[in-house]
Write a protein that binds this ligand. Structure first.
Ligand code: KG4
Ligand code: ZN
Length: 358
């Protein structure tokens, strides 16, 4: 079965063709037209500009996805599209395009949740996980832990009560003059900080806790892991404390080492995720773990979660770097399982800005 999928929930317009053969999913093409250069001028995504840029890109990237996959329109068996959550004006572009494509070519249509899509990126590997599993979504807008009971039935078991992890990286990164989106630059800056704090080129993360930089009280930051026995997070406290620290240094004219601060921030964020993941694993023993979303590209987090999964003796599935950020191949993967579950949409399909999984 050939699946043509579309994604336009935020600042990437994406189209992909994935071929499904049982549970073996093959990416034949995955085209992502990024708008980052446009939004960078404003330090974040401008929804109206995103919507217009999606309209300009979607038709040509669809042809590019079909051509790259060597697939004709007539050979498409299923159309999948992200219908929620996201920026409404952005989502509507791919939803309407997908509806028109499916209706005009008499092809079945399925709606996909963006977060389930991120997690479904794990199905595109050579060793795809099978439900039930634990899944953690770490993106610009989401920080949540799910119990995936089946490919389409998710229960939320932990979430942020305020900011998302990616959003917090972007906001602090902006104050440190890291270009939007700050995640990847922040990752590199934190590596520099860890290396400087420990004097080690590698294996610095574990050694960091014993350094003077970690003991430096002037850089103490609160943990985003709520200590109330739940699997919930609060990233706004960490963000606000960091902003206040940066402002205090600016006001007193005392420079602060951005690399050491990025390391400290990364350590707190990563340890919080590791702690809640370990708690979720204790509560649901022996389930594999899938970690997905843009922030799953973070090198420190990838290494730390590899350790946590190993200590619990469970397999860890993190998509390859190119499939962590927004793309349409992941939407095709989830779309396939929505189709198998009989969740078909029609021309009445609408986009929704709100969460749709649970
Ligand atoms: O999943 P995604 O591409 O879009 C949303 O659905 O939100 O996630 C984007 C987020 C941004 O906040 C970006 O800064 C963050 O992922 N990100 C990272 C890294 N690469 C991207 N955060 C931390 N470390 C990274 N290496
Ligand atoms: Zn995303």
């Amino acid at each position: 079965m050939n699946i043509l999928a579309f994604e336009s929930s935020c600042d990437e317009t994406a189209a992909a063709v994935v071929r499904a053969d049982g549970d073996k999913l093959n990416v034949l093409s995955s085209i992502v037209a990024s708008q980052i250069d446009i939004h960078r001028l404003y330090g974040g995504v401008v929804p109206e500009i995103a919507g217009r840029a999606h309209i300009e890109a979607i038709s040509s990237i669809t042809y590019e996805a079909l051509e790259t996959a060597h697939i004709a329109k007539e050979d498409v068996d299923l159309v999948a599209v992200t219908a929620h959550p996201g920026l409404i004006g952005a989502l509507l572009v791919a939803v309407n395009f997908a509806k028109a494509f499916a209706f005009a070519n008499h092809i079945p249509l399925v709606a996909v949740d963006h977060i389930q899509g991120h997690i479904a990126a794990a199905y595109l590997s050579d060793t795809p996980p099978k439900p039930p599993f634990l899944a953690m979504a770490l993106s610009g807008g989401h920080t949540a832990i799910y119990l995936a009971k089946s490919y389409t039935d998710y229960e939320i078991i932990g979430t942020t009560r305020d900011d998302a992890i990616g959003e917090s990286y972007d906001k602090i990164g902006r104050l440190m003059d890291i270009p939007y989106p700050a995640g990847a630059g922040f990752d590199r800056l934190a590596t520099e900080g860890f290396q400087r704090a420990t004097g080690r080129e590698e294996d610095f993360y574990r050694a960091y806790k014993k350094t003077d930089a970690y003991r430096d009280r002037s850089m103490t930051l609160p943990s985003p892991a709520l200590s109330d026995g739940t699997l919930d997070f609060s990233f706004s406290g960490l963000k606000t404390a960091t902003i206040n620290l940066l402002h205090r240094h600016e006001q007193t004219g005392t420079p602060i080492d951005h690399a050491l601060l990025a390391a400290r921030y990364t350590y707190e964020a990563t340890e919080a995720v590791a702690k809640k993941i370990a708690m979720a694993m204790d509560a649901h023993p022996a389930l594999p773990l899938v970690v997905a979303g843009g922030v799953a590209a973070n090198s420190h987090l990838r290494r730390r979660l590899t350790e946590v999964a190993k200590a619990h003796g469970v397999p860890l599935h993190i998509p390859s770097l190119s499939l962590c950020g927004d793309n349409a191949a992941m939407i095709a993967a989830q779309g396939y399982y929505e189709y198998l579950a009989g969740h078909l949409s029609d021309t009445s399909l609408n986009a929704s800005a709100a969460d749709g999984i649970v």
